[in-house]
Design a protein. Sequence first.
Lengths: 173, 500
Amino acid sequence: MRKKSFLAVGFVLIGVVSLVSYMALGNMNSADKPHAISNSENSSSPVTIRVETDKSLYKLGEIVRMKVFLVNRSNDTLKIGPVNFGYTVFDSRGKGLISVDTRNLYASDTPFILPPYGDILLTDLLGWGQHFMRPEGSAFVTETVPPGTYTILVETSGAIQATAEVTATIGGS
Amino acid sequence: MNGYLYIPPWHWNKPPGETIGYRIYANGSLDIPDLSEMTAIDNSFQTWEDDGGSYVDFTSYGTTPYHAPLLDPDTINEVDFFPLGSGGPIATTILYRYTATEILLEVDTVFNEYYNFSTNLAPYSYDVADVMTHEAGHWLSLNDTYDLMDSLETMFGIATFQETIKRTLLLGDIAGARYIYPNRYQGGSGGLGWWTAGADITTGNIDGAGSTDLVMLWIDNPSPNNYVHYRLGWNLNANDGSAASWSANKDMPGGIQDETSDAGVALVNLDGTSNLDMVVLWMDTASPHNNVYYKIGWNLNTAGDPASWSSTKTMPSSQVGAVTHGVGVSFANLDANSRPEMAVVWVDSPPSGNDVIYYKIGWNVNTTGDATSWSNAVSKTGSISSDPKGAGVTFANIDGDSTIDMVIFWVEDPSGANHGKYLVAYDVSSTGTVGSWSSVKTFPGDWQWVGDGTAGAGIAVADLNSNGRTEMIFLWIDDPYTENYAYYRVEWEGRVDSHS
């Protein structure tokens, strides 16, 4: 199959930045550091997930970008079946604000191959625009959250059922 | 196979008559200059809409010049074409939900323009209609299935070049949509009166036409005595479960006691003639314990009228409580001898603690309708969380093995919307013991319109579409402040674990 030419000139939403390159950015200020790497360590599965946000402190309205990695905790190369992913945002009182999930149609029954003790990027498409939605009558409205600290619970389903949490602080203008 | 996957209670909060609108990215796919993908997408949504057993309705609101903002809601349900990178999915559907209620607020589908798409099965391309029909299933909250037994279904989560099988829904796909957005049918024309004190349904071939007929029975509760009435729904449609026609109201002669908590009805051939017999059972709310009585309408003719009625018979009821909220009856031959057994299920509501389900087996019911002996009452605790307003039971083969199962249905009546619930007693043995119990299954949610008040419930089974699997038919009597009406819905394929 061909790779479409316009992909190279810029329709990619979010640039793929590897974990290695994150770690190489030694002198960034603390608010810009990748944040809250948290995973489902208690799982007995050889595969867990790890989630990273691009920063820990966000301005109002700024998109909280996330990457989800599949992590192989075994010394075997693993072929992983289709994985869906999504997240729910909770405020500081634990109230769920919005849930976003994806359902993905793949061309292979094993779209992911994990090297021993390695990880691969599952998606860099996850982002939260600081919005939440609530029904109003038969319709619904979209609103922006106020400043505060929010917990984002990322969850995968399908071949890998795992969860991981990150927090994002929205600090005003 | 007939499987589907659904995570309750995700759903659109749209009752019948409301539609799920969508727009398509105006430029469509770069691979398809004639924009024929627009029609293919519309046809894909229409495929789900065409199933008569659910009320799914999609409406095209035309096109939009904007891409869908990935993972950020914009209040527009959109089908978009956009590159998501190599190694990514062929297409992804994004579902936005209100966390507290799991109501769907917005859904977008993005075709990954890294891949090639076509509407004419071009080499090395994915068929737009094939992919979109699958994605439209996600719009309804159906999940991908990866079971190879389901590999021909639309919701199978892997696609190949030039594949078109997903364009056509199979029974598993259809059963899933019908489970979440079921048609609800009224049990005959006209109401049942203002005061109803129990109801039930059962199925059989009464008119000899070859299709399943439905008997819907209810107890009218005027003062002083109560009366038993029934209607027949003739020839249930194999595709959607609707009745071709309904009989006029029919009556069991004479009144019964003046207070009844619920009723049951079953069809069985007890006397060995060629016609079915109809067993009508009711729970009289006597003190110090309620009493179960039944009568038999012998040899129903093709119009559903019995040739005669038995005298009133009694189930030994000393183990029945002082307050009950449901009763049902069903027949099966558990011990494989020449005579059938009758199972009577009831719900006790003790003064303290939660309600308890009980059942009792009447062994070897003879040709005059009397059980040779009765078992002790067997209890099932921990299943009911608020007082039911009616219950029913039916024997059925749910798991497909050689031992019969028993399904118990009830409608709970908490504050606010009522809920239909059921559980399966798997593998009822020749001594009447249950092999295992399922978890409690619930109608997916409040959008199932069971109503706020209920005055009776029942369950029946039939293989409506003649594919060897069981459909479950649930009845409830809606009890508003005015006249009561009967409604039923069908759970297709009896795949009670498909959505757990």
